[in-house]
Ligand binder design. Structure first.
Ligand code: BEZ
Length: 239
């Protein structure tokens, strides 16, 4: 068992790395990743197994939000270490039979990767052997239009993801890129954003002497400014 765990403990990609490349069979045909997605944001996410309840609730939620993510130029790609026919049967069952929290007749149109060999799951550190040696954890990789990993979130098998949070992360990453700002705790579009800290003693002094332009400074290192929600959404949707 320990030896098996060691074999599964591969180097994991990190924030700022190029997304590892792979070719895969999916429920929407073959894909070359990430090259097929150049110019788009992508959320690559794994789930432990088909025909399981938490995963079913997650897939129904993500599929229901697919258009919302698409409007922000973001495509979704799922993965589990099950085979293609299991994936197809599960997605058919979801559409035909499962009604959950007002969602029904839900068609999962985004690709679901088959990864029986665990090749992709291992490349992305989705198998975390002390959690489970045969199932992927709930990993979420946000990959930007240049193919760079920008955020990674992991959840254990028992914990369903918060998809509003995943959407918030996407908007925050795009807002940082578009406006050159950072986003504070619990930020949502329309809330004040953070200006980078003063880079010199002179600008720190200016900030404390009131020469702050449109900034609101709590101290020389902590300044915020307003960007209204419409301006943010105009920039971050469809780009
Ligand atoms: C689920 O999706 O329900 C699940 C999958 C694997 C382990 C525990 C729960």
């Amino acid at each position: 068992m320990e030896e098996q765990k060691e074999q599964l403990a591969v180097a994991m990609p990190r924030i700022g790395d190029a997304a590892p490349e792979f070719k895969a069979v999916t429920t929407q045909g073959d894909i070359n990743f990430p090259s097929d997605y150049k110019g788009n944001w992508v959320i690559l996410f794994s789930h432990p197994a088909d025909f399981t309840p938490v995963c079913t609730s997650e897939f129904m939620t993500f599929a229901s939000m697919e258009e919302q993510f698409a409007r922000a130029n973001c495509k979704l790609v799922g993965l589990s270490v099950d085979g293609l026919y299991s994936h197809i049967a599960w997605l058919r069952t979801i559409k035909d039979k499962i009604e959950y929290r007002g969602m029904k007749d839900v068609e999962v149109k985004f690709p679901l990767i088959e990864d029986i060999t665990m090749e992709v799951a291992k490349k992305y550190g989705m198998i975390q052997p002390n959690e489970d040696t045969t199932k992927a954890v709930r990993a979420v990789f946000f990959i930007d239009p240049k193919g760079i990993i920008r955020t990674i979130i992991y959840y254990p098998l028992s914990l369903g993801r918060n998809f509003d949070e995943l959407y918030r992360v996407l908007l925050a990453l795009k807002t940082s890129d578009e406006f050159g700002v950072a986003t504070p705790a619990d930020w949502r579009p329309g809330d004040d954003v953070i200006i980078s800290p003063a880079g010199s003693c002179g600008s720190a002094q200016n900030r404390m002497e009131g020469k702050k332009g449109d900034m609101d400074c709590k101290d020389w290192f902590f300044c915020t400014k307003k960007i209204n929600e419409d301006d943010i959404m105009k920039k971050v949707l469809k780009k």
